[in-house]
Design a protein around this ligand. Structure first.
Ligand code: BES
Ligand code: ZN
Ligand code: ZN
Length: 487
């Protein structure tokens, strides 16, 4: 979808449809004097996400006007507008509408923050997960352009560009995450990363199984050995022309399990098809690196993606196996379904060997985080409050909710085993915390934030503003962390 700014009154813009916000309780239809019956009957009440589509509204050049309820003016923030914009384009989709305009030309709405929110929300809203459907989708040509009307375009280009870059990166993440697991194997994921990197001008290296064996990545390889699909470790590098903090190299690490059957500790059949999204963390790192290549933050960023398929097979690892990780630490496999932390362990050790000074990992790591936080917030764990503070600020700006989870030393006790340095599962309770504690064992003292997105990377049901399926979280947080980086 093409994004444009227009210094214009909303009334003067030509488009197939224009979205105009209406406030709650606005009994005097100031904008639409001829629409009194809609207001009198309560059909238009201005409550958030209420939409009324009208043709040929007097005074408007656009062919249709979509009156979008936006709540109270004082309460509308960027997150709210992002949702309204997403829901509006979804409401207009499938109606044969090619060009949409969005009126932000009044009441102080034409700010950088609101322009960015509207544009990004619309980009996220138009994305659909049905690319592999072959039946004719009647009248469902996607909306091709969005023009945002503002009073003064001066200084708004950067905001529009940020929205474009981040929205497209999130949608790339969603395109990759939604691919079926027979198509998106670990090597196919590496191909997708390579295609992105080459197009964006980033250096990329893909370590194959032999190389990983030479290096001693026993934890990652143990997970991969049950699958006929070979694993990979993808490294994507962004180096700024001029760094504001040359001693820093951010490392973004994403779990890339292209399908998680659970392995020998196999998962129940019901809902197992969803485990194709167990590479959503990896996909978000690919998307974030694309956005970073375009927005050029003043800090070095390396994306590290361990990718495997977790299958039960004649060669699969067993509960009871003990593997030697790249760090040298031995791990007793107590449950082969706790595989994400195993591949992250080796990827994080490798990231440190590459010189990463600060690490953020993101993973669909535990069902326990979904029990704890539901689908609203991702869980954020850290060994460094200063880095967490930066991460929280970045995620707030991006509208991606995070909740700080505990990581007390006592959780380490639950991972003790007799036969190896550490076991790969804790007890029955606090599963998201013991999983984070396991990863911390390999992070050591390097400042680090672990982001468990098992509950937030995927929507089981469509929202008014977003399709069912992958959400693109936490691409926006990654990008903001790098853009706003200060030593
Ligand atoms: N990929 C799953 C976690 C998951 C669960 C992601 C639900 C998305 C939705 C992970 O590999 C896993 O299976 N974790 C186990 C760990 C357990 C064996 C300690 C879990 O959460 O049940
Ligand atoms: Zn698993
Ligand atoms: Zn998994």
């Amino acid at each position: 979808m093409e994004l444009k700014l227009a210094q214009s009154r909303a009334t003067a813009l030509e488009a197939d449809a224009i979205v105009v916000l209406e406030w709650k309780g606005s009994k005097q239809p100031e904008l639409f004097k001829t629409l009194a019956p809609f207001y009198d009957s309560g059909e238009i009440s201005g409550k958030p996400l209420e939409f009324t589509l009208l043709h040929g509204v007097e005074g408007y050049k656009a062919r249709r006007v979509l009156i979008a309820g936006a709540g109270e003016r004082e309460k509308l923030d960027a997150a709210g507008l992002r949702r309204i914009a997403g829901a509006a384009v979804r409401f207009l989709s499938g109606k044969g509408i090619a060009s949409v305009a969005f009126g932000l030309d009044r009441e102080g709405l034409g700010t950088a923050e609101f322009v960015e929110a509207a544009a990004e929300g619309a980009l996220l809203g138009v994305w659909e997960p049905d690319r592999l459907k072959t039946d004719d989708k009647e009248n469902s040509k996607p909306i091709g352009s969005l023009t945002i009307a503002v009073g003064d375009v001066k200084g708004l280009d950067a905001a529009l560009n940020h929205a474009r870059v981040v929205g497209e990166a999130a949608n790339l993440t969603r395109d990759i995450a939604v691919e079926p697991p027979n198509v998106l194997t670990p090597l196919a994921l590496a191909d997708r990363a390579r295609a992105m990197a080459e197009a964006a001008g980033l250096a990329i290296e893909v370590l194959d199984q032999d190389r990983m064996r030479q290096l001693g990545m026993g934890a990652l390889l143990g997970v991969a050995q049950g699958s006929a699909e070979p694993p990979a470790l993808i490294v994507i590098r962004y180096v700024p022309e001029k760094s504001s903090d040359p001693s820093t190299q951010l490392g973004f690490v994403g779990k890339g399990v292209t399908f998680d059957t659970g392995g020998i500790s196999i998962k129940p059949a019901e809902g197992m098809e969803k485990m194709k999204y167990d590479m959503a963390g990896a996909a978000s790192v690919i998307g974030a690196m694309q956005a970073i290549a375009r927005l050029k933050p003043p800090v070095a960023v390396t994306g590290i993606i361990p990718t495997v398929e977790n299958m039960p097979g004649g060669r699969a690892q067993r509960p009871g196996d003990i593997v030697k990780s790249l760090s040298g630490k031995t791990i007793e496999i107590l449950n082969t379904d706790a595989e994400g932390r195993l591949i992250l362990a080796d990827a994080i050790t490798y990231a440190k060997q590459l010189g990463c000074t600060h690490l953020i990992d993101t993973a669909t790591l535990t069902g326990a985080i979904v029990v704890a936080l539901g689908h609203l917030s991702s869980g954020a764990f850290t060994n460094n409050d200063a880095l967490l503070e930066k991460w929280m600020a970045a995620s707030k700006l991006a509208g991606e909710k995070m909740w700080h989870m505990p990581l007390d030393d006592e959780y380490r006790d639950l991972l003790k085993t007799v036969y190896a340095d550490i076991g790969n599962i804790g007890g029955r309770y606090g599963g998201a915390c013991t999983a984070a504690m396991f990863i911390k064992e390999f992070v050591g003292d390097t400042p680090w934030v672990h982001v468990d997105v098992a509950g937030t990377a995927w929507l089981d049901d469509a929202k008014p503003y977003m399709a069912k399926g992958p959400t693109g979280i936490p691409v926006g947080s990654f990008v903001n962390l790098a853009l706003n980086w200060k030593a």
